[in-house]
Ligand binder design. Structure first.
Ligand SMILES: Nc1ncnc2c1ncn2[C@@H]1O[C@H](COP(=O)(O)OP(=O)(O)OP(=O)(O)O)[C@@H](O)[C@H]1O
Ligand SMILES: [Mg+2]
Length: 450
């Protein structure tokens, strides 16, 4: 019983499976005298038996058995796993099931072998628990019961470990999905930003076209034609004819007007050009981030911060949010650009959302970049709704969101990405109504360039 308790304690403490199985085996051996026991595990394909625990059997024997193929007549264990039933071989020397393996067993003085399949909750075979004896014989009823108990303990340990592994795998998949969702956020930001530019390009080009259509240029041609008619008496026409006398003033007014038309057209064209540059820049930026995903690069942190702001630029402007920059001079650093961008885009997006409280006129986001004692600190502060103390403790938990359309992925995956880069993401807020500050810290020492 003490052995069983020990195995359970080890499971609870997260001990490795081989160590737990060894305790299960030793526990049974201690209760059953001279018997030697083994646990073999069925591989994922369900075709081969792998070493689990057999501390009293000779190493050479364990080695030879490890990886054996199961089958309807593959020794005792291979047969038990294949048929999913207890197999009792009273004499290895004569039993046909051992035809291919008996030399190996006899060389190690093993004469009897009684395995029981270890079955999972769904009835599938997980492995085998076997008892070997040096004498040819069948098990006693007490020994059968012991094997029963051992198989059930082994089953608990194996199933628990597999569930843990499955959980870890799912968790990892979820994290990857969150991270992809983070990058999706960047992509959405880019599209949103670029998506609005064509509208403004459209407005500019319509204005230029309208201006050209309504231009007073044709009036100039009319006035010139009038002058031509009076080529012969130009002097008299300009001084005595009522129409001719108005012409100099008309010309100067027309010149001023045309200059105005030209300036307006130029301004719109400049605007157009800027917008097109903006589209180009944002698309190019998105491409460099997509290309360098997973790679570290030398960057100026402030450039990354500017890129994150650019991605949110349209929304920040639309919500009338003032952006304050407090950037210290720092050497370039080596970081995984897309990870930092993903974190910052979410922080800025969250800050923008927090500032959007009804009736607020002073909406402000402050971005600080500072370096000290081997770390670079990038913080995003807002004067928005703030965070109540009870939310501060769970704000980085996966799925925590207070937004109707939120996922609660942003901060969780951001904190994980920061950790992966050897840094951290932390929050400070004095409570509801007091704004919030998120700080991303990244190690400088190991990443600063020479
Ligand atoms: N600057 C902030 N001020 C106040 N509350 C904030 C701030 N940033 C985050 N929060 C709170 O933390 C929650 C979680 O943020 P997180 O970025 O993880 O997810 P989300 O923004 O809700 O959704 P998404 O996964 O789409 O980003 C938000 O719903 C909000 O309640
Ligand atoms: Mg968010």
């Amino acid at each position: 019983m003490a052995g069983e308790r020990q195995a359970l304690k080890m499971m609870a403490a997260g001990a490795p499976l081989p160590a737990i199985l060894e305790v299960v085996v030793r526990n049974i051996e201690a209760q059953a005298g001279a018997m030697q026991c083994s646990i073999l595990l069925l591989d994922e394909a369900g075709t081969h038996l792998l070493h689990g625990a057999a501390p009293s059997l000779p190493d050479a024997y364990n080695h030879a058995i490890h990886g054996m193929t199961i089958g309807p007549d593959a020794g005792s264990c291979g047969t038990a796993a294949c048929r999913n039933e207890t197999v009792i071989v009273a004499d290895i020397a004569t039993d046909p099931l051992w035809r291919d393996f008996k030399d190996l067993a006899l060389a190690h003085e093993l004469r009897a072998c009684w395995p029981k399949p270890i079955c999972g909750a769904d009835g599938r075979v997980l492995g085998t628990f076997a008892v070997y004896d040096r004498q040819p014989r069948r098990p006693s009823p007490i020994e059968v019961e012991l094997v029963e108990r051992a198989a059930s303990q082994a089953r608990i340990a194996i199933e628990r470990k597999r569930a843990e592994a499955e959980l870890e795998k799912t968790h990892k998949q979820l994290l990857d999905a969150s991270r992809q969702a983070g990058m999706a956020e960047v992509a959405t930001g880019v599209l949103h930003n670029v998506g609005n530019v064509p509208n403004s390009v459209n407005v500019s080009s319509t204005l230029v076209a309208d201006g050209v259509r309504k231009s007073r240029l044709p009036n100039l041609f009319k006035a010139v034609a009038l002058l031509r008619e009076h080529d012969a008496d130009m002097g008299a026409f300009l001084t005595t004819d009522p129409k001719g006398r108005q012409l100099p003033v008309y010309f100067s007014q027309l010149a001023a007007h045309l200059a105005g038309e030209q300036a307006a057209a130029l301004k719109e064209l400049e605007h157009l050009q800027k917008n097109i540059e903006h589209i180009k820049d944002i698309v190019a930026m998105q491409q460099t981030y997509a290309k360098t995903s997973g790679m570290s690069e030398i960057v100026q942190i402030t450039d990354l911060v500017e890129d994150s702001l650019n991605i949110n630029a349209t929304a920040l402007a639309r919500h009338g949010i003032t952006v304050v920059r407090e950037f210290a001079e720092l050497p370039p650093v080596v970081v995984e650009k897309h990870k930092v961008l993903q974190i910052l885009v979410n922080l800025i997006g969250n800050a923008k959302h927090a500032c959007d409280k009804p009736g607020s006129t002073d909406k402000r986001i402050t971005l600080r970049v500072a370096g000290e004692a081997g770390v670079v600190k990038i913080s995003v502060s807002d004067n928005g709704v703030g965070i109540p103390a009870q939310n501060l403790v769970r704000i980085f938990s996966h799925g925590f969101t207070t937004k109707k359309e939120g996922h609660g992925f942003g901060l969780h995956s951001g904190a994980n990405a920061a950790k992966e880069m050897g840094g951290s993401l932390t929050v400070q807020s004095r409570g509801a109504g007091h704004g919030a500050t998120f700080t991303l810290e990244l190690p400088l020492a190991q990443c600063s360039t020479r």
